[in-house]
Write a new protein. Structure first.
Length: 142
């Protein structure tokens, strides 16, 4: 028989375990895949990258990554690169009117990849980039 006291103890124990990340099914997300090799994008091949605010989608066949990578000109010679990966169940996140959205269960992300609403539990994976004036390189992370 479940009493109020045993229910409260069980709930507190489960909450503590979830906070420590010890259980699956507590809202903990999947681990994002790693980018194995640098991805080199020239402005000649991807002219949209020369314009501040524009984003180029790099396909998995081009990058070797599990899902699309979104590379955006942030201005001032800086570029961001986000993996279109949703840590809820691993679906590929796509662009939306205000940022990104997962087509599977509706998780939403800001243009910088920050999680806005679940069921995903983490931001989109971000990669470091370099730019030498002609070439954007998305750096491997694993
Ligand atoms: S897999 Fe993205 S919200 Fe479920």
């Amino acid at each position: 028989m479940t009493t109020r006291r045993s229910f409260l103890i069980a709930s507190a124990t489960a909450a503590g375990a979830c906070a420590a990340g010890a259980l699956s099914g507590c809202g903990a997300g999947l681990t994002a895949p790693r980018l194995k090799n640098d991805v080199v994008l020239t402005l000649t091949e991807f002219p949209a990258l020369a314009t501040e605010g524009r984003t180029v989608t790099v396909s998995p066949s081009r990058s070797g990554y599990a899902v699309a990578i979104y590379v955006r000109n942030e201005g001032g010679g800086l570029y961001s690169a986000l993996g279109g990966y949703c840590d809820h169940e691993g679906c590929e996140v796509g662009p939306s009117a205000t940022g990104f959205q997962c087509p599977c269960h509706g998780a939403r992300f800001a243009i910088d990849g920050a999680l806005l609403s679940g069921p995903a539990t983490d931001d989109m994976p971000a990669f470091q980039t370099t730019f030498d004036g002609e070439t954007v390189t998305v750096l491997a992370n694993g």
